[in-house]
Design a protein around this ligand. Structure first.
Ligand code: ATP
Ligand code: MG
Length: 205
């Protein structure tokens, strides 16, 4: 196993599940053996995988705070592991941080999301006391092209003192539509964004 990516943000609805599923699908297209762990008691990624027609990567549910103890055994047969984190549940978030190599914090370009991210970053800082190698990045999701808020959010985010991914993900209905049918976006602008996003993720070592 090479990498454990965790998509985490204590705030709900920021795109953890959407980006987890799309990252897993894109890595699978690149012939990586991918395990997606749904660590959210709501089970959204599992529900999505249950309506898939072609299961091309494995999805398991594990929303418990012993996740970090069980993950090594579970992950040994895979190249990459993606953890789709829950909103709010702090105990579970701590366990995910113990398991992860790289934490991706999705957030939308709004002041509320910037403030909320600080809470997740505090948890990461706490985990880094024990795991100095734990890396984290902010990922802007649902950016609306050519808006002031889309541009300004980067400046505000620098205050959080966490690297920000260069590849933003735009507000695109294709993400929601593809999920509804148990799929992922495979072409068009949304797919291009995901490819760039995964390229950048893989460069973080
Ligand atoms: N880039 C995007 N463009 C359009 N819609 C999006 C985008 N990202 C996410 N969404 C939509 O926003 C909603 C919330 O996204 P998602 O479920 O991925 O967030 P989440 O962080 O996993 O939420 P929760 O905290 O409840 O688990 C979904 O309806 C999803 O389809
Ligand atoms: Mg989710």
């Amino acid at each position: 196993m090479d990498m454990i990516y965790a998509f985490l943000n204590q705030k709900g609805g920021v795109g953890k599940t959407t980006l987890s599923i799309h990252t897993a699908a894109e890595l699978t297209r690149r012939k990586r053996r991918v395990l997606l762990i749904d660590a959210d008691p709501q089970g959204s990624a599992l529900a999505w995988s249950n309506c898939r027609e072609t299961p091309d990567f494995t999805v398991v549910g594990m929303a418990k705070s012993s996740l970090h103890k069980e993950i090594q055994q579970l992950a040994s047969a895979y190249d990459d592991v993606i953890i789709d984190g829950p909103p709010r549940v702090t105990e579970l978030a701590r366990s995910i941080l113990l398991a992860a190599d790289l934490v991706v914090i999705p957030l939308q370009p709004s002041p509320m999301d910037v403030w909320a991210a600080a809470e997740t970053i505090d948890l990461i800082r706490e985990a880094q006391l024990y795991k100095p190698d734990l890396r984290c990045v902010l990922a802007i999701n649902r950016k609306i092209a050519n808006t002031a808020i889309g541009r300004d959010v980067r400046e505000v985010l620098t205050e959080l003192d966490v690297p920000i991914m260069k590849s933003d993900i735009g507000q695109r209905v294709a993400f929601a539509e593809s999920a509804a049918s148990g799929g992922t976006v495979a072409r068009g602008k949304a797919a291009k964004e995901i490819k760039k996003f995964v390229d950048e993720l893989r460069r973080i070592k």
